[in-house]
Write a protein that binds this ligand. Structure first.
Ligand SMILES: Cc1cc2nc3c(=O)[nH]c(=O)nc-3n(C[C@H](O)[C@H](O)[C@H](O)COP(=O)(O)O)c2cc1C
Length: 198
C-alpha cells in the first residue's frame, strides 16, 4: 500500500476511455507526479461497481456486504492524500458510474453517523485535497450547478477537507477538450498544486 500523504487516487468514471474527462485526469495526474505524488488510478466504468441496495447492513459494522470491485477502491478513498474524480455530465448530472460509486460510500456515512467512527484523524481531513473534473456538451456552465451538492457530499463523506472543481461546458466529441485553450494546462496545474500540501 502506498504512503498516505503522497499519493493521488484518480477515479476515471467515463465509459469513454480516451474521452474529455479522462484527458483532464491524465493531465492532472501528470501534474501530481511533478509534485512528487504517486498515482493510483481506477477505470471505474470498466469495473464491477454495483449500485447501493439500501440494505442497511452497513449500519451494523460500517462494511458493505456487496463483494464487488468497490472493495478494491474503498481503502484508497480514506487513505489517499488527494482524491480526484473525473465524471462527464449525463442527463444533467454526473454519469451513473460516478454516482454508483458515491452511493456505495453509504458505508462511510453509517460508520460515522451510526457507529461514531471518525474514519480519518481530524488533522488529516483538513490536509486531504479533492478535485472534480467534468465536461458537458451544451455550452451552458450552469449545467454543472447540480453536480455541486453531489460532489460536495462525496468529498465530505470520504473526509476530504477541501475540493476544487474544474469544469468545461460546450465540450462534446471525445478529445474536443484538447482544443479548449488552457484546459489541460489548468488540470496539470491543479495536480502540481499538491506540492503546497506536502
Ligand atoms: C448518455 C449521455 C447523456 C448526456 N447528457 C448531457 C446533458 O444532459 N447535458 C450536456 O450538456 N451534455 C450531455 N452529454 C454530453 C457529454 O457530457 C459530453 O459529451 C462530455 O464531453 C463527455 O465526456 P467524456 O468524453 O469524458 O465522456 C451526454 C452524453 C451522454 C453519452
Amino acid at each position: 500500500m502506498k504512503a498516505e500523504r503522497d499519493y493521488l487516487l484518480a477515479l476515471y468514471t467515463s465509459p469513454r476511455d480516451k474521452g474529455n474527462t479522462s484527458l483532464l485526469m491524465d493531465a492532472l495526474s501528470d501534474g501530481a507526479r511533478e509534485a512528487g505524488y504517486e498515482v493510483q488510478d481506477f477505470r471505474v466504468a470498466n469495473m464491477d461497481v454495483r449500485p447501493c441496495r439500501a440494505c442497511n447492513a452497513c449500519f451494523r459494522d460500517g462494511e458493505c456486504v456487496q463483494k464487488d470491485d468497490m472493495q478494491e477502491i474503498y481503502p484508497h478513498l480514506l487513505r489517499a492524500g488527494a482524491v480526484a474524480m473525473a465524471a462527464p455530465i449525463f442527463s444533467m448530472n454526473i454519469c451513473a458510474q460516478a454516482k454508483a460509486l458515491i452511493d456505495r460510500c453509504q458505508r462511510f456515512w453509517s460508520a460515522r453517523y451510526v457507529l461514531g467512527d471518525e474514519l480519518v484523524e481530524r488533522g488529516r481531513v483538513e490536509r486531504r485535497r479533492g478535485f472534480f473534473l467534468s465536461c458537458c456538451g451544451r455550452d451552458k456552465p450552469e449545467t454543472f450547478d447540480c453536480t455541486r451538492p453531489v460532489m460536495g457530499y462525496f468529498f465530505y463523506i470520504i473526509r476530504v477537507g477541501k475540493w476544487t472543481p474544474l469544469t468545461f461546458a460546450g465540450v462534446d466529441e471525445a478529445g474536443k477538450i484538447r482544443e479548449v485553450e488552457g484546459a489541460l494546462d489548468a488540470a496539470a496545474e491543479l495536480g502540481r498544486s499538491l506540492r503546497m500540501t506536502q
